[in-house]
Design a protein around this ligand. Structure first.
Ligand code: LLP
Length: 421
């Protein structure tokens, strides 16, 4: 179990609170987050980068609830955003605009304008066409956009098959052999100020090797860019996010250990003086949250036993979307029931609506379960499919629980619609 979850008197606790009491008080499905767990995860990065000029831009797509953003911003994070909506959330959470960086392949002119207006720190540009549009928008509003080019380091898939976005044939970043021309283009645009370089090689990475490979390739590019004779000097290097978490016995390197290795290489290559940016998402919040759900019905069958629970793919889309594994634990241990092998499924009308398959659980209807590792890419990917209201969220700090999002009602969901007369 993650450290913030403990068994006390046969009941699962988050920090000092019983999860079953939280479920009873606030209903299910319910997301519960541990503030200590997220600050601890952030702390590993802060230790790893201590003494260096750096900015940790939490990738808020992982979980963009305002109170979570506030917690991380107050603890020193900047934010990595990917839409105009995320920009407004970032500002609402009190993030200083210059600590916001804007990633993503499809920024609109309106999003660019708003980001320039508030004065964000950097645009991570993903194509030459986007670079041209950003230059035009910036000149039109009389500002210079600070830019970094997202490069695709094309880290070898043969050796590191778990990398999903750092390879040649995907939509992200600028191909390795086009990078220099892109910097030439950027340097010639009066609406742009070149400040950095960035990459992001994938998500749920559980080894150090791909990071080390990407680092070498990015540093090769920095040297080449600065050698172009255009007077370019890259103020920061942004290594993206992607560090994995333990879903099912995964053993990713600790953030501080990983950074000790990366900094050593950075220094050895003579780039230790640059500001370091990173964009971690999952590794900050993923294992700081659980989703509580209640068992509605037991439906044993000839070949399969189904445990029908009140959380579903709309609350927790990762199993349905990626066949992702999330541990599932009862909130109270039961001695009076024999364990059986269950498929844990939700009420949504889709065969793909499952949360866990072939799980050994001793449960009865009315029991409550925790789906673990639900802090990242669950609530932020939740939908209203089947007109299911999105779950409530609670943030725990020691023995204090704060409702940070109310359960969504049917009226909330219909608010923007206009019925015919
Ligand atoms: N920076 C960029 C440019 C990204 O595209 C991402 C994630 C991150 C940072 C943060 O990566 P992280 O540290 O969280 O791995 N929905 C999927 C994950 C999609 C990740 C998208 N990009 C999932 O649930 O596994």
């Amino acid at each position: 179990l993650p450290a913030f979850l403990t068994q006390r008197h046969g009941e699962l606790h988050v920090e000092d609170l019983s999860l079953d009491s939280l479920a009873r008080a606030h209903g299910t499905p319910l997301f519960v987050y541990s503030q200590a767990a997220m600050l601890q995860a952030l702390g590993a990065y802060q230790r790893g980068l201590a003494g260096r000029s750096h900015l940790i831009c939490y990738a808020m797509k992982a979980n963009s609830s305002l109170a979570i953003l506030q917690t991380l911003v107050r603890a020193g994070c900047g934010l990595d955003i990917v839409s105009g909506g995320e920009l407004e959330r970032a500002l609402a959470a009190g993030c200083a605009p210059e600590r916001i960086i804007f990633s993503g392949v499809g920024k609109t002119r309106a999003e660019m304008r708003r980001a320039l207006d508030v004065g964000i720190g950097c645009f991570n540009v993903e194509s030459r066409a986007e670079l041209a549009v950003l230059d035009e928008v910036a000149r039109a509003v009389g500002r210079r956009a600070r830019v970094s080019v997202r490069v695709n380091p094309d880290v070898d898939a043969q050796t590191h098959p778990y990398i999903s976005t750092g390879l040649k044939d995907n939509k992200f970043g600028i191909a390795h052999d086009e990078v220099l021309d892109t910097y030439r283009q950027a340097a010639s645009c009066s609406g742009l100020e070149v400040v950095g370089i960035d990459c992001h090689i994938g998500s749920q990475i559980t080894q150090a090797a791909p990071y080390l490979d990407a680092l070498e390739r990015v540093l090769d590019l920095v040297a080449a860019i600065e050698g172009l004779g255009l007077g370019l000097r890259l103020h920061h290097i942004d290594f993206g996010g992607g560090l994995g978490i333990d879903y099912r016995g995964d053993t990713p390197p600790a953030a501080d250990a990983l950074w000790a290795q990366l900094l050593q290489r950075l220094d050895a290559r003579g780039f230790g003086d640059r500001q370091i940016l990173i964009e971690p998402g999952r590794s900050i919040v993923g294992n700081a949250g659980v989703c509580l759900t209640e068992v509605l019905y037991l439906k044993p069958g000839e070949h399969k036993n189904f445990l029908i629970v009140d959380a579903a793919m709309n609350d927790l889309p990762r199993p349905a979307m990626y066949q992702a594994y999330h541990r599932i634990e009862p909130l109270r241990a039961r001695a009076d029931t024999a364990p059986l092998t269950w498929d844990v499924v939700g009420p949504v009308c889709e065969s793909g609506d499952w949360l866990g398959r072939d799980r050994e659980l001793a449960v009865q209807a009315g029991d409550r379960l925790a789906v673990l590792s639900a802090g990242a890419y669950c609530m932020s990917m939740a939908s209203n499919y089947n007109t299911r209201g999105r779950a409530a969220e609670v943030l725990v700090d020691g023995a204090r629980a704060t409702v940070i999002r109310q359960r969504e009602t049917a009226a909330d969901q219909m608010r923007l619609e206009t019925p015919l007369p």
